[in-house]
Write a protein that binds this ligand. Structure first.
Ligand code: ZN
Length: 246
């Protein structure tokens, strides 16, 4: 089976549309590692698309925040303002859908998905200490996660952790051939708010038969989203950061 792996869409409809155009024909089912909403200006369009098209998904911290399942005091002022705006914007049906999104990790065929870490949905997997702990408790040799908005992830083999990277700025995709002896924590990158210094929308495609992961980047109409963010009255920082990719 070939899966389209999405994470951190963050109510960015233009980025999601561009990813779907770019990935057309490459996959059979779609998986999402959380944060459908928060920050971006189109929460209802994104949630409705996910409801209709995504096979399995877990909730992210911004999903929880927008439906009253998270204490907003933990959020920075920009994220808090965006969460309150999103809560107000969501239709009753979409709010109910977001509320019932499962907590990760969630098993899907031979792999699992999580938002932050498989050990804690809100933990950021950045450094080797947290990553080492996560590897020690993995129940599957391949886990997809999000939350950091950094495409790539980590591999564990021969007692060493390797940092994985996406295709880089000059290319639109790269391929990772999974070694059957190694374990993987793979981040497809953020569709709607990349923070790895590359503003292009990020996603991954996983072929479970061939054990190949493709990392992809796709340009989209950043200016259109910035315009919507400003017209919605959301914090300006949310518009400017999209063009910078951080
Ligand atoms: Zn996120």
């Amino acid at each position: 089976m070939r899966y389209l792996i999405l994470s951190d869409i963050h109510a960015n409809w233009e980025a999601l549309e561009a990813v779907l155009w770019s990935a057309a024909g490459l996959y059979e089912q779609t998986i999402c590692c959380g944060d459908l909403i928060g920050y971006g200006p189109e929460p209802n369009l994104v949630v409705e698309w996910v409801r209709a098209n995504v096979k399995r998904q877990v909730r992210g911290n911004h999903d929880k925040a927008a439906v009253g399942l998270e204490n907003l005091e933990w959020f920075n002022p920009v994220a808090k303002t965006a969460a309150e705006w999103t809560a107000n914007e969501l239709t009753a049906e979409n709010r109910e859908y977001v509320k019932q999104l499962p907590k990760g990790p969630l098993e899907v065929e031979s792999f699992q998905i999580a938002h932050g870490s498989p050990l804690d949905e809100d933990e950021y997997l950045f450094g080797t200490v947290e990553v080492g702990q996560a590897f020690a408790y993995l129940e599957r040799d391949v886990t997809f996660f999000g939350h950091t908005h950094v495409q790539g992830g980590f591999a564990l083999g021969g007692g060493r952790i390797r940092v994985l990277a996406g295709p880089g700025r000059e290319r639109t995709y790269s391929v990772l051939d999974l070694d059957p002896d190694d374990a993987y924590l793979i981040n497809p990158g953020a569709v709607g708010q990349p923070r790895d210094a590359d503003p292009r929308a990020a996603y991954a495609v996983y072929d479970t038969d061939l054990r190949l992961v493709e990392y992809h980047r796709q340009e989209y109409d950043v200016a259109a989203v910035q315009d919507k963010i400003r017209r919605a009255g959301l914090p300006d920082l949310l518009a400017t950061r999209l063009a910078l990719g951080h």
